[in-house]
Write a protein that binds this ligand. Structure first.
Ligand code: E4P
Length: 217
């Protein structure tokens, strides 16, 4: 399973990158606005900087929901860097646009996916990635990882090539369960990613080793 960082924060991207296990980045308009990125030129520059920092795919989201506008925005984003993947919402014109992008050699990440039916449409349109939103499903009282399991099963049975990118991750357990479910990629903020490191027995073991190491000095 690949690890993508779900952020537009350059310091966090640098920190995850330094671990050597970062495979890409996903962003969305909310994450970009959190970093104070403004204007078309500002947005383009920010994406270019991220692409230069990370060796892997960087998802850049369109904000239009109309076919012509999605194509216009997506073309501009795709022209920034070869690693840009155009993130498109699962709406009717979005499906049409993803098929257009696929036919024109531009890779897409289908976003705001909350059902298996939506995931089937993404695959039919030739999306490179489908992004089911685990945390937001959990927040509404359902089990987001079950959707990942279902999409992975359907894609396997049908031989769809679209990669399952588990998104909206809230905690380390989400990452572990998505890995178990067979997600191709997990995109998450830095905190749950670093949370995978934590175990109290590791801390206790380290303290004991440090104390015993002193006895050998
Ligand atoms: C994924 O690509 C989305 O940008 C993101 O995971 C949404 O996460 P949130 O539900 O924490 O906003």
């Amino acid at each position: 399973m690949k690890f993508f960082l779900d952020t537009a924060n350059l310091a966090q991207i640098r920190e995850a990158n330094e671990l050597g296990i970062l495979d890409g980045v996903t962003t969305n308009p909310t994450l970009m606005s959190k970093e104070g990125v403004k204007g078309e030129a500002g947005v383009m520059n920010h994406y270019r900087t991220i692409c230069e920092m990370v060796h892997g795919d960087v998802s850049a989201e369109v904000f239009s929901t109309d076919f012509d506008e999605i194509i216009k925005e997506g073309k501009k984003l795709a022209a920034i860097h070869p690693n840009i993947v155009v993130k498109v919402p699962i709406v009717k014109d979005g499906v049409k646009a993803m098929k257009w992008f696929t036919d024109h050699g531009i890779r897409t990440n289908c976003t705001l996916v909350f059902s298996a039916g939506q995931a089937i449409l993404c695959a039919k349109a030739g999306a490179a990635y489908v992004s089911p939103f685990i945390g937001r499903i959990d927040d509404s009282g359902w089990d987001g990882v079950q959707l990942v399991e279902q999409i992975v099963r359907i894609y396997k049975v049908q031989g769809f090539k679209t990669q399952v990118l588990a998104a909206s991750i809230r905690n380390p357990n989400h990452i572990i369960r998505c890995a178990e479910a067979g997600a191709d990629v997990c995109t998450c903020p830095l905190e749950p990613l670093l949370g995978l490191l934590k175990h109290p027995l590791t801390d206790i073991g380290l303290a004991k080793f440090a104390a015993d190491a002193k006895k050998t000095e």
